[in-house]
Design a protein around this ligand. Structure first.
Ligand code: TXA
Ligand code: MG
Length: 312
């Protein structure tokens, strides 16, 4: 059996600063943490979990001040943060200009889910690094969320360093609330009861159907949809914008290459920015080269398929 690596805060912080992953305890479940401003570090989360799609990740902050450097806080958002942070409430808020977060952490959205965890080791780590940490639950994709360092260690066969904080208090993930002006929308039920939020704010919390798109502009639940029509596994035609991958023949129109050398990690790093760029040119259609369905390619293809799917 793999014993959890004995890691202290200084060692864990050094690893995170160097772009490595560290699993850490929170009051809900253990998180698999990476510097949320480092795209390669965040991509390692996907590789390590074997996650087949780019979900936007929850970004953990040391305090409200760090959170306010990343997102816009309305008076209502601040009221919720002051009432429930540190604690199991994640707030989905509009990104602030200059936030510096990697777009693979937010899955290319213009919003971010933020929370301040209520655990002394998590807070010490966040303070020591001074970095926002993207952290989904520290389990291989499709497995149960871990509530002890031993479970994390077993799940990843000892390959991920773990900060051991004993058993998690709650074992249920944080409640996720999107704020749209004076509307509170619960995107995920979790460790903080809806009634608590209603009591503090005097507002009704609406429930979003899982996976449903939120109707308010700019608040799609989890996917960025380009305006251009997308053709996948395609060869570019006149009038297309061309999103290439690997060595590619010269193209007369506007084009970007996700990775000229055919490197999937580089492609994942470029994906959201290049999609936004090509879509931003006003092109009617974007032709996308075939991407291999291996490693990060699976998540890249999932994202492209969803971007190409017909709109409701
Ligand atoms: O308790 C927790 O929240 C744990 C611990 C480790 O803190 N973390 C956690 O993170 O569950 P994660 O990254 O697995 O949660 C991601 C979920 C997404 O699947 C999505 O539902 C929601 O958070 N989310 C994140 N960013 C969002 C955004 N910008 N808009 C809508 N939903 C978002
Ligand atoms: Mg999870």
């Amino acid at each position: 059996m793999n014993a959890p690596l004995p890691l202290d805060i200084a060692e864990a912080a050094a690893l995170l600063r160097a772009g490595r992953l560290v699993a850490f305890p929170t009051e809900t479940v253990y998180g698999l943490g990476a510097n949320a401003k480092n795209a390669d570090a965040v991509l390692s989360i996907y590789e390590t979990k074997g996650r087949p799609r780019f979900n936007p990740l929850i970004v953990h902050c040391a305090d409200l001040a760090m959170a306010e450097s990343l997102a816009e806080f309305s008076p209502l958002a601040r009221q919720l943060a002051e009432a429930f942070w540190p604690g199991p409430l994640s707030l989905v808020l509009k990104l602030r200009p200059g936030h510096g977060l990697a777009d693979v952490a937010t899955a290319g959205l213009d919003t971010v889910a933020l929370r301040v965890p209520d655990h002394p080791l998590a807070l010490a780590l966040l303070r020591e690094t001074g970095l926002p940490l993207a952290a989904p639950s520290a389990n291989p994709s499709g497995r149960l969320s871990p509530t002890s360092a031993e479970q994390v260690q077993r799940g990843f066969a000892g390959k991920v360093p773990v900060l051991d904080g004993g058993a998690c208090k709650s074992g249920v993930e944080s409640t996720i609330i999107a704020i749209d002006e004076e509307n509170l929308i619960q995107l995920r039920a979790g460790a903080l009861a809806r009634e608590e939020i209603e009591r503090v704010t005097g507002l009704k919390v609406q429930k979003a159907a899982t996976g449903a798109a939120i109707s308010a502009p700019g608040m799609m639940l989890s996917h960025y949809a380009p305006n251009a029509h997308m053709r996948l596994d395609a060869v570019p035609e006149a009038g297309d914008a061309w999103l290439a991958f690997g060595p590619s023949a010269p193209f007369a129109g506007i084009s970007r290459n996700l990775s000229a050398s055919g490197d999937l990690r580089e492609a994942a790093r470029n994906l959201f920015a290049m999609l936004h760029e090509l879509d931003g040119t006003g092109a009617k259609s974007i032709a996308v080269a075939p991407i291999p369905e291996t490693g990060l390619g699976e998540a890249i293809n999932d994202r492209l398929r969803r971007a190409a799917a017909p709109r409701e």
